[in-house]
Write a protein that binds this ligand. Structure first.
Ligand code: BES
Ligand code: MG
Ligand code: ZN
Length: 498
């Protein structure tokens, strides 16, 4: 989709679909603009429909006289004092969804500049493209429904060029993540993830290292390899590196859980768990690769980012882990696997220790780690654990700006007792209560203590059962926008850890 700005007034606009945002307390001025284009009957019509500009309201007009556009959507943004960037996203996706079936150029006129013009425009442009996303890769016949190919922001003279460039890279990153998560587990194997990383490295000039099983063995990654040993598919440990131009003042590592399928192992998933959805258990790694794609394309200077994925499947065969096995992770700690379904943390143990050895300024991991986090926060909010306030606040700010739900949870160190093992250094699961906290505490054992680290549990947010806002039903691509904002917000910040 092509994005552009159009400094002209509404009355002079030419295109195929119009979306007009209305602030409830400033509706008169927008209605005036509409009248300039369509005559005063439009205001009468809006009044008759009881359209006032309340958030969630929408009025639709088709083929208004003397104009080229097929449809005009007038959409409510609520009151100015409660306006947020999210209001722009919400109103945009509401109108764009109704415009499905139209093609050509969409024009958007919102009351720009009430918050931050560049940010508003970025959010609207992203919302248009992301809410139109449709995954038809696995259909033998694709839907013939038209979609718009061009988007123009009306009444905008200029914003920094970088803002519009970032929109396409960001959306491409989110779409990549959605496609990876949505792909079925017979196609999206650990090897397919490695192939995707290889393609990214070639297309965007990223450094790539893939550790095969033997090399992982040499690294002593006994926890990760234990999970992989029950599958016929070989594990692939993926490490992509982005190096920005100029002096590197910030070195970051992003680690993603990459279980291309989680059957639970011998603690097989039964009952309520939707085992067929456990293809999404690589959602963390999808966010990592989506972010890698976007960062490589945006190419910020002065920052180095390591993208790390310990990819494998959690399956059952004759050599699969027995519940009760004791394994040794690469940092030397021994783990009694009292539940084979708590496999993500085992793979992350070795991936986080590997990331620590790179001595980054901070590490962030994303993982569909616990059902407990879904119970706590639902499917719109991910859980954030970090003992570093600065890192936690930066991530929360990035999430707020991107409109991705994120809530800080406690790293309750006293719960570590729940991970005590009679025989080994620790067990991989504790009691049911507080399950996502003990999972975070388990991970903590594998991160170099002096490195700021944050863990984000995306078990709920990786997937949407229903179409909501900018996310069509299915894979959401959660995390890409937050990670990107976090990397870019922090770009230029002086390192404190050299
Ligand atoms: N991949 C699951 C977590 C999950 C559950 C994600 C539901 C999304 C929806 C993870 O590997 C897992 O099975 N965790 C267990 C841990 C338990 C055995 C301590 C869980 O949450 O049930
Ligand atoms: Mg599991
Ligand atoms: Zn899992």
């Amino acid at each position: 989709m092509k994005f552009s700005l159009n400094a002209n007034a509404l009355r002079a606009w030419d295109g195929d679909v119009l979306i007009i945002g209305v602030l409830e307390d400033k509706s008169k001025s927008t209605f005036k603009l509409l009248e300039e284009r369509y005559g005063d009957s439009i205001t009468k019509n809006l009044t008759k429909q009881k359209f006032t500009g309340k958030s969630g309201q929408i009025a639709t007009f088709h083929l208004l006289q003397q104009h080229s556009e097929e449809a005009t959507f007038v959409v409510g943004l609520g009151e100015t004092n409660s306006l947020t960037i999210e209001s722009f996203r919400k109103a945009t996706s509401l109108a764009v969804k109704q415009s499905k079936g139209t093609e050509g150029k969409i024009g958007v006129l919102f009351p720009w500049g009430n918050i931050d013009k560049a940010k508003e425009i970025q959010a609207v442009a992203e919302a248009v493209r992301l809410c139109l996303f449709k995954d038809e890769r696995f259909k033998s016949k694709t839907d013939t429904q038209n979609t718009p190919s061009e988007l123009e922001m009306i009444g905008v003279e200029s914003i920094p060029e970088i803002s519009l460039k970032n929109v396409s890279s960001t959306c491409a990153g989110v779409e990549l993540a959605r496609e990876l998560v949505g792909a079925p587990p017979n196609q999206l194997s650990p090897e397919a993830l490695a192939t995707e990383a290889t393609q990214l490295s070639k297309e965007f000039n990223l450094q790539l290292k893939i550790l095969e099983q033997e090399e992982c063995k040499k690294e002593g990654m006994g926890a990760y390899l234990a999970v992989a040993q029950g599958s016929d598919l070989k594990p692939k440990f993926i490490h992509l590196t982005y190096k920005g131009k100029g002096k590197i003042n910030r070195k970051l590592a992003i680690v993603g859980k990459g279980l291309t399928f989680d059957s639970g192992g011998y603690n097989l998933k039964v009952g309520a768990a939707q085992i067929e959805l456990m293809k999404f258990d690589m959602g963390g790694s999808a966010a990592v690769l989506g972010t890698a794609r976007a960062i490589a394309e945006i190419a910020p200077s002065g920052v180095e980012v390591h993208f790390i994925i310990a990819a494998c499947e959690n399956m059952i065969n004759g050599s699969a882990v027995h519940p009760g096995d004791i394994v040794t992770a690469s940092n030397g700690k021994t783990i009694e696997i009292n539940n084979t379904d708590a496999e993500g943390r085992l793979t992350l143990a070795d991936a986080l220790f590997y990331a620590s050895k790179l001595k980054p300024h901070s590490i962030v991991d994303l993982a569909t780690l616990t059902g407990a986090c879904v119970i706590a926060l639902g499917d719109e909010v991910a859980g954030l654990w970090s003992e570093n306030d600065e890192l936690a606040n930066d991530l929360l700010a990035a999430a707020t700006e991107s409109g991705e739900g994120l809530w800080r949870m406690p790293m309750q160190n006293s719960y570590k007792d729940g991970l005590k093992s009679m025989l080994a250094d620790l067990k991989n699961t504790g009691p049911r209560a507080g399950g996502s906290i003990t999972a975070a505490l388990f991970l903590k054992e594998f991160v170099e203590a002096s490195t700021p680290w944050a863990h984000i549990d995306i078990a709920g947010t990786v997937w949407a059962d229903k179409d909501k806002g900018i996310n069509p039903a299915g894979a959401t691509g959660y995390g890409v926008r937050t990670l990107l904002k976090w990397i870019l917000i922090n770009n230029g910040k002086d390192s404190t850890n050299d």
